[in-house]
Write a protein that binds this ligand. Structure first.
Ligand SMILES: [Fe+2]
Length: 342
């Protein structure tokens, strides 16, 4: 799309204003989400509305890209797979408030910005994978640091956003000092360097390297369903899922979410697409495709996910943990969390 074409398109929509409620020909999503997971839903949206959805997949550098494009950015929707990444976009002024009764009705209050800059689209719990035959059926996040698990824990890098959010959540519950003590305990419990992905925790449990691992809920679905190949089905067979909670709260649930881009040329279509994404049909499709937790009360999770039992999201809301992200990251550095020293 040329620069001129973009400006013309934006101008014509403003000129048409409220007189024309028909949706435009296209809407553009910039996303850090693997396109394969959203494609079937976006195609269903196109079929229903006639609006084509163009997806720009960016593994890294979403903030930089949108900022560099400035006012001429064709992005209508910015979508991320981590709450922190979503808030980074909001903080950089790259989103705009959107208000919609449909969005406000479908998405619980704690899972959207009161100003409408971001909306959760699905949930992902940070859970524990345990060796299948391990004599354990419950655990708290606090327990993960206990001596019982010395040299028995697998976890990915302490600087990975999934862990940053969990660690920040711990600090929100217990304070910085207790947070550092807990992370030192987690480090002492490592059975190998904090590295790789969450699925490697299951792999290493299967290989007898560790007995418990911290990982996101949807990976269990991806492994068990065969989506990751036969080898991963084997890893999944060797683990069972324990849904941890904080001693004084619930389970840490991160989100995938989206907001309307600050300079969206197709704002109306962007909101229409967000509304579609929280409809029961889309939420169900989404949950089946990616093994995440639907954010609407009425959409059902995938049977594999349902088999984990009820997950009660933590009492500390996501926006309350944000200020602690930097502290969490600094402690991880200070402790050399990722370096294996046991
Ligand atoms: Fe992931």
């Amino acid at each position: 799309m040329s620069h001129t074409a973009k400006v013309t398109a934006a101008t014509s929509i403003i000129a048409l204003g409220a007189a024309c409620s028909a949706l435009a020909q296209e809407v553009n999503i910039y996303t850090t989400r693997e396109p394969g997971l959203t494609q079937p839903i976006l195609e269903a949206f196109t079929e229903e509305t006639g609006t084509t959805v163009n997806t720009v997949f960016l593994q890294d550098g979403l903030v930089e890209r949108v900022r560099a494009e400035g006012e001429s950015s064709p992005a209508d929707i910015l979508m991320t797979v981590d709450f922190g990444a979503l808030i980074d976009l909001v903080d950089a002024g790259l989103t705009q408030p959107a208000s919609s009764e449909t969005l406000e009705t479908a998405i619980p209050e704690a899972l959207r910005d009161p100003d409408g800059n971001w909306f959760a689209l699905s949930g992902r719990a940070r859970i524990v994978y345990a060796a299948r035959d391990l004599d354990i059926d419950s655990i708290t996040y606090e327990d993960l640091a206990s001596e019982e698990w010395r040299d028995r824990l697998c976890i990915r890098s302490g600087q990975h956003p999934y862990n940053t959010a969990l660690f920040a959540s711990y600090i929100a519950h217990h304070g910085e000092e207790a947070g550092e003590e807990w992370l030192a305990g987690l480090k002492a419990n490592q059975a190998r360097p904090a590295a790789g992905g969450d699925r490697d925790g299951a792999r290493d449990i299967a290989a007898g390297i560790c007995d418990i691992a911290v990982g996101n809920s949807y990976y269990v679905g991806r492994m068990k369903s065969g989506g990751g190949g036969p080898e991963q089905v084997g890893w999944a067979d060797e683990i069972k899922v324990i849904v941890p909670t904080f001693e004084d709260g619930g389970t840490h649930v991160n989100i995938t979410g989206a907001g309307v881009a600050a300079h969206s040329p197709n704002r109306e279509e962007a909101v229409a697409l967000l509304e579609y994404l929280v409809s029961d049909d889309a939420q169900k499709l989404y949950a089946q495709a990616n093994f995440e937790h639907p954010i609407t009360a009425t959409a059902e999770p995938h049977p594999i996910v349902a088999s984990f039992g009820e997950i009660v999201p933590d009492t500390v809301a996501l926006n309350e943990i944000l200020p602690h992200r930097t502290t969490a990251s600094e402690i991880v550095d200070r402790l050399n969390f990722d370096t294996f020293e046991n």
